[in-house]
Design a protein around this ligand. Structure first.
Ligand code: DQQ
Length: 462
């Protein structure tokens, strides 16, 4: 296409042109992984939402398909909002939010959101069946249905807002058409947000995870970004009961840009999550180039010791690997070491010996704009991005894990970075905007020494 390639991803899914936000309807159907997404094909800005569509055999090489849903029915005239997909026998079913305003003024009071159904036999062409769940009395914000099968029933969670309290509502069905209201599954307590978007509810190693994207959590020290977060509560659940959890909201990703994640099961039973690698408050410089928004790499969740959720790149991601290039040196003494130029599609592996690393800061940089480093004094792992020309400046960070080695898998694409820490302990994802020629990869140690046990990179998707 005519898109300026400088920031267009080499191995992540983005729309061919126009606007993209949330991943929708992630599913394995008929031999393909399908990813749908919130899409405005006619401009670089959010607008009446369509469902964009792509499919893949391996979760990393995607084939674009025609738009699956457009806002043209009576229930969704102003947008086909986020939702999910399930396989029902030989049919692929999409369950999504019909979004519309009554009358000519777009206000919250005129807002009307209902849950709709569309089905397909070939996974490409969809027949719309209209509304299956009307808005409960008194609600305006009622969206993002996530459906799954459990025992003899289909279940659905829907995000909602009652006054200034975010909620997740639960429904049950035998046929995806008639839905029984099962009440409130969970709701915000203690300032946990005024609207809970994109809920998802699944089992993980014997625990139950409620993943959602709350609006309105206050930033608190290093915790929480600003208005939009994505994260989860961990607990237990029995059908017919509310979700019992410990009230600890944990962020899914500690970088600058990750929102509205959705999960699905791979055919071999892995819980995979993909998120929108952006955030509502982020400027999106790629709009200058005719496109906006991209999806994250697929991530596999598991339950670790102490009931913490581990997040690793899905195994499929290694299919991208081309040649491996070991780093030119493993010991740094107050110096910079050049590793590669033009690093626009690489996976970097760095294992630092923390006890042998006394430098005030040590890590890796991509040009002038991005650095990922250990701050020894603060004992934090920091992602620092500086693109002042686009008003993108600032750090996000996590407390360093206790281990004596710090192992990082860093995925760099033309306008993104995803850092996976120590076998799934944390993950930090951010959009980056290096200009061409600003992609030198450089290891550094400031004021002291740093030692690598293992270091190198793969070129990806060559
Ligand atoms: N984006 C969708 C909504 C959802 C929000 C609209 C989250 O369905 O609540 O594009 O980013």
């Amino acid at each position: 296409s005519g898109i300026n390639p400088r920031w267009y991803p080499r191995y992540h899914l983005a729309a061919r042109a126009g606007w993209m936000n949330d991943p929708n309807g992630l599913v394995w159907f008929d031999g393909w992984y399908h990813a749908f997404y919130q899409h405005h094909p006619y401009s670089i800005k959010w607008g009446p939402m369509h469902w964009g569509h792509a499919r893949s055999k391996d979760l990393v090489h995607w084939e674009h398909l025609p738009v699956a849903l457009a806002p043209e029915g009576p229930a969704d005239k102003d947008g086909c909002f986020s939702g999910s997909a399930v396989v029902d026998g030989d049919t692929l079913a999409l369950i999504y939010t019909g979004h519309k305003f009554h009358g000519s003024v777009d206000t919250d009071d005129n807002l009307y959101q209902v849950q709709c159904l569309a089905t397909s036999r070939d996974g490409i062409h969809f027949e719309r069946h209209g509304m299956v769940i009307d808005t409960p009395p008194g609600l305006h914000h009622f969206r993002d249905p996530k459906v799954w099968r459990e025992g003899e029933y289909w279940y659905m969670v829907v995000g909602s807002r009652v006054e200034n309290t975010g909620q997740v509502r639960l429904y049950r069905s035998t046929d995806l058409r008639e839905w029984h209201d099962e009440g409130i599954l969970a709701e915000a307590e203690d300032d946990m947000g005024y609207m809970w978007e994109c809920p998802d509810f699944f089992t993980l190693g014997g625990k139950r995870v409620l993943m959602f994207s709350p609006q309105g959590l206050a930033a608190e020290g290093y915790k929480n970004r600003n208005l939009f977060q994505s994260g989860y509560l961990l607990g237990e659940w029995q059908s017919g009961q509310p979700f019992s959890h410990d009230g600890q909201f944990i962020e899914m990703d500690n970088g600058h840009d990750f929102y509205a994640p959705q999960s699905f099961l791979s055919p071999d039973g892995r819980r995979i999550v993909i998120g929108w690698l952006d955030m509502w408050e982020s400027p999106l410089p790629e709009q200058q180039d005719g496109w906006a928004g991209m999806l994250s790499l697929p991530r596999e969740l598991s339950l670790g010791d102490n009931n913490c959720v581990l997040i690793k790149p899905a195994a499929e991601v290694t299919a991208l690997r081309g040649n491996y290039y070991p780093a030119p040196a493993h010991n740094l003494n107050n110096q910079k070491i050049f590793v590669a130029s033009d690093a626009d599609a690489v996976e970097v592996l760095l294992t630092w010996e923390r006890n042998a690393s006394t430098a005030e800061q040590y890590g890796i940089a991509l040009g002038e704009g991005l650095s990922i480093y250990v701050d020894n004094q603060a004992q934090r792992l920091v992602v620092d991005r500086r693109y002042p020309e686009f008003s993108l400046e600032g750090t996000r960070s996590i407390a360093l894990p206790a281990d004596s080695t710090l192992s990082l898998r860093i995925f760099i694409d033309r306008s993104s970075v995803e850092v996976f820490v120590n076998e799934g302990e944390a993950c930090l994802s951010s959009r980056i905007y290096p200009q061409p020629g600003q992609r030198d990869l450089i290891l550094f140690a400031n004021h002291g020494t740093a030692t690598l046990k293992d270091a190198g990179y793969w070129s990806l998707n060559k």
